[in-house]
Design a protein around this ligand. Structure first.
Ligand code: UN1
Length: 509
């Protein structure tokens, strides 16, 4: 294993990439250190904004909304097209910042930026497809139709693990729908946020769009609070823990605001006796160990038929033993660091609890590179056999732990899949059409995402992304998720010259 890059090297790379994206390098004087999980050292510091800055940003966004909402949607699309071009040009730079700030391996960091480019392309097409319906009226000489109008200012609260892609899903769609965006990125990833926002600012300036269509607020809980409480935020799209969602959702609802919540997942894959075990192993290892287990779509439970469980566990353990763990900047690394010491501690606590609840750790769980970088937290992805779905298995631990549970009948496997509080992603590995369709049916998986013969993570942007139960119910990204960013007006148009009333009501004067 090659050694970790020096702090100086990481700082230089961060500065160069940020400057190329148009960020005035933060020269110090900030009040908050930005650290890299690659070596645990400081990359730079930034100044945090306050709740009052948040209120001011929402007010400016309100002004931008009044201008932007009457710009024709295809013209709004031109802004997003330019933003997508700039993302393509700066794909390497943004990916570098993502790797430096949150520890993603190169390929996954590039994939994250690709996801941003993809959603821009989707949104540009969408800008000509914000369709309403025409509905037959029960009255002669009347027409019913629906019109979709811009909603208002969208607040985005995003998490460290997809520090820029999730914002871009919201922003690309919000902009073509006619809505400005105020963004509070993760406290752990301000640089990639500033760089992404600088690229969008450039696209805004070049296309002559209103200046405050996009604003980024680097800050802590008081900034989030401003977005939650401000009546100027029409839709709050928040990604993070279920705990965060519980704090945010009811308070936005209290002021009759809309919220779009993307919260915890506890994703499972069912492996049936007819599954192709090679393909299954590859699918499982990417979904469970990729991104060091820090996606909300990460595979956390494998529910495996008792006839294949031992063979599959052996294959996964073999693959785990060979996983290259180390600096995400090194070619060939597949597992980078955890984001922080507290993520490491939660992983260790969960492993301890799993043991106490009858689990057997088959592989991994140990720390790597601790001597070289005491402030960085590299771990071996853990594989744990459980005889039942005990309390620790039903809880999301944001680290690479894969629990393996045996099952006898498909009904039992589907019941286990669904018997957790979260409902984001799920999959079945099977060679049987009957089993696959059963899993996808109304009494199958209860998740927002249900896949066949691929893992739980790595969704494409074309589909709606989100999940049920404690995952929060929101849908972002593709399909018709755009509707959350617009308001619907139902219009009845009378061209008959008389005034018949609906439902046969008579009211002659
Ligand atoms: C997240 O982890 O918050 O499906 C989003 C995936 C990615 C998005 C994950 N496209 O894994």
């Amino acid at each position: 294993m090659s050694s970790l890059p020096s702090a100086e090297e990481l700082r230089r790379r961060a500065r160069d990439a940020a400057e190329r994206c148009g960020v005035d390098w933060i020269r110090g004087g900030g009040d908050r250190a930005v650290r890299s999980p690659i070596n645990g050292e400081v990359l730079t510091d930034v100044r945090w904004q306050s709740g009052l800055d948040g209120d001011a940003a929402v007010a400016r966004a309100g002004d931008a909304f009044r201008e932007w909402r009457t710009v024709p949607a295809p013209e709004r699309g031109a802004l997003v097209r330019r933003f997508g071009e700039l993302l393509r040009e700066h794909k390497q730079d943004l990916a570098t910042l993502v790797s430096l700030e949150v520890g993603k391996i190169r390929s996954e960091a590039l994939g994250e930026v690709q996801e941003m480019i993809d959603i821009c392309e989707f949104a540009v097409g969408l800008s000509r497809q914000l369709y309403g319906r025409t509905i037959s009226s029960e009255r002669p000489g009347h027409r019913l139709m629906e019109t979709w109008h811009p909603l208002g200012v969208v607040g985005v609260i995003s998490a460290f693990n997809f520090p820029v892609a999730v914002w871009s899903w919201n922003t690309a769609i919000a902009l073509v729908c006619g809505d400005p965006v105020v963004w509070k990125p993760s406290e752990l990833a301000p640089l990639s946020a500033l760089a992404s926002a600088a690229l969008l600012d450039r696209a805004i300036a070049e296309t002559g769009a209103p200046e405050h269509l996009s604003q980024v607020l680097i800050g802590g809980p008081d900034v989030g609070e401003a977005l939650v409480t401000s009546p100027g935020i029409a839709l709050l799209s928040a990604t993070g823990s279920t705990r965060m969602g519980r704090a945010v959702g009811p308070r936005v609802a209290e002021r009759f605001g809309r919220s779009l919540l993307e919260l915890g997942g506890n994703n499972a894959a069912i492996v049936t006796p007819s599954a192709d075990l090679d393909l299954t192993t590859r699918g499982i290892v990417f979904a469970a160990a990729g991104t060091a287990g820090q996606r909300c779509t990460t595979l956390r439970r494998a529910i495996v038929h008792e006839s294949v469980v031992s063979a599959l566990v052996e294959r996964i353990a073999d693959a785990y033993a060979k996983l290259p763990i180390g600096s995400p900047l090194d070619e060939g690394t597949l597992v980078g660091p955890l984001i922080s010491s507290s993520a490491y501690e939660s992983m260790q606590d969960a492993l301890l609890a799993a043991r106490e609840q009858g689990g057997e750790i088959i592989a991994g769980g140990g720390r790597r590179l601790a001597e070289e970088a005491p402030g960085a937290f590299y771990v071996e992805p853990a594989l744990v056999r459980m005889s039942e779905q005990s309390p620790i298995v039903r809880q999301e631990t944001f680290a690479p732990i894969l629990y393996v549970l045996p099952y006898r009948t498909l009904d039992e496997a589907i019941a286990l899949n669904n018997d957790v509080p979260q409902g984001l992603s799920s999959s079945v590995f099977t060679g049987s059409l009957t089993e696959a369709e059963r899993f996808l049916g109304p009494d199958g998986s209860d998740c927002g995402i249900a896949n066949v013969n691929i893992g739980t993570s790595g969704a494409e942007i074309g589909g709606a992304f989100g999940g049920e139960k404690e995952t929060g119910g929101g849908r972002e990204s593709g399909s018709d998720a755009w509707r959350a960013y617009m308001r619907r007006a139902t219009n009845t148009i009378n061209f008959s010259g008389s005034l018949p009333l609906a439902q046969g009501v008579e009211f002659d004067i």
